[in-house]
Write a protein that binds this ligand. Structure first.
Ligand code: SAM
Ligand code: SF4
Length: 343
């Protein structure tokens, strides 16, 4: 078993041989534990309207420069049918956090309609932020079986620094939401951002141990990518203590985090995050070689993609699905082996 000290040392290492051995060890472990396949989740970004104000996010409510959109039910159904036809196996419905019966019932009915496609052929993951336990239950009963909600950072102090202090963005609420998702029976996915202002190797080592401790069957971790119109970017230019790593270092740290997590919990699903692609055109292939086994191709209608601007991602607006020599599990759900090993 790998210790906290070793994890921290590996995160800090600049030795090319040590780093490439780490990636190789994780990729070999993935092959032995869950096999060679990469599974796909077609990502549908249904709306950039959000009630939250996370300080790092380009679609935060207070960003008046962000042009808002919401896909219609029919547009979402067309995306889901496209995912089915392309044998993606699963979809992710992601968007800004919203509440209210009109919104939550709309999601319920969409999940029910998507379940009809191919007679339940598509796995459905939701990623719509913090909701009440009742709403999570309603969506689960409608047919969603996975939910993605990142903890963003496992350190409560750092969490406070990257969220507004308005009572709506609390660490405790995030933990409660994650516990609710697990107890309802979702395959709950979480994760963190890597290379945040103020974040150090100790924080990242704690994140990995936290993710293992919480026993999440799937994880999506990706680099922090600044967005010009967010308060966090302003802070990083005015507060010398809020510095963060270069693009190359954030890329390397993200790949190391994937490898280390694979070594800590070999049988989970680990996503090659889309944000990696914003840092390097081959970011996702690199992540697969470092131990990731899930890719989320964006299937949002292309006219809307430029508005879902979490960070500067011009580089990935026209993505193609080049996954190098990876073997793709077409038409399969690709559920987390860890989840079923536990059950
Ligand atoms: N609103 C939902 C939520 O927050 O869980 C789902 C959508 S949210 C945009 C999905 C993820 O985007 C967040 O969990 C966060 O980690 C990531 N994100 C937001 N801004 C980012 C940034 N500037 N760099 C990297 N990732 C970012
Ligand atoms: Fe909203 Fe999610 Fe962005 Fe936070 S990260 S502002 S909840 S879309």
């Amino acid at each position: 078993m790998i210790s906290r000290k070793e994890i921290t040392e590996l995160l800090l290492s600049k030795e090319p041989e040590i780093i490439s051995n780490l990636y190789k060890r994780a990729a070999d472990l993935k092959l032995q534990t869950i096999g060679p396949k990469v599974h796909l989740r077609g990502l549908i970004e249904i709306s950039n309207i959000c009630r939250k104000n996370c300080l790092y996010c380009g679609i935060r409510k207070a960003n008046t420069l962000c042009e808002r959109y919401t896909l219609t039910d029919e547009e979402i159904m067309t995306c889901a049918k496209h995912a089915y036809a392309a044998e993606f196996g699963s979809i992710v419905i992601q968007g800004g956090e919203r509440t209210g019966r009109q919104f939550t019932e709309r999601i319920t009915s969409l999940v029910e309609r998507i379940k009809f496609i191919g007679n339940g052929a598509l796995g459905i993951t939701l990623s719509l932020g913090e909701q009440s336990e009742e709403v999570y239950k309603e969506w689960f009963e409608a047919g969603a079986h996975r939910y993605l909600l990142r903890i963003e950072t496992s350190d409560p102090d750092l969490f406070r620094k990257i969220h507004p202090n308005d009572g709506h963005h609390t660490y405790d609420r995030r933990i409660k939401a994650l516990m609710d998702l697990k107890s309802i029976g979702y395959q709950a996915g979480s994760g963190v951002m890597i290379g945040l202002p103020w974040q150090n190797a100790e924080h990242l080592a704690s994140d990995l141990l936290f993710l293992r401790e919480m026993d999440f069957p799937m994880i999506g971790m990706g680099p922090y990518v600044p967005h010009d119109d967010t308060p966090l970017t302003v802070t990083t230019t005015t507060d010398p203590e809020a510095s963060f790593p270069s693009v190359a270092d954030r890329l390397e740290l993200s790949l190391k985090m994937i490898s280390l997590l694979r070594i800590l919990v070999p049988d989970i699903n680990i996503a090659a995050s889309t944000a990696l692609e914003a840092l390097h055109p081959k970011g996702r292939i690199m992540a697969i070689h470092a131990g990731a086994n899930i890719v989320m191709p964006n299937i949002t209608p292309s006219d809307y993609r430029k508005y879902y601007n979490l960070y500067d991602r011009k580089a990935i607006l026209l993505e193609d699905l080049d996954l190098g020599d990876a073997e793709i599990g077409f038409g399969e759900w690709g559920d987390s082996l860890h989840f079923f090993n536990k059950v």
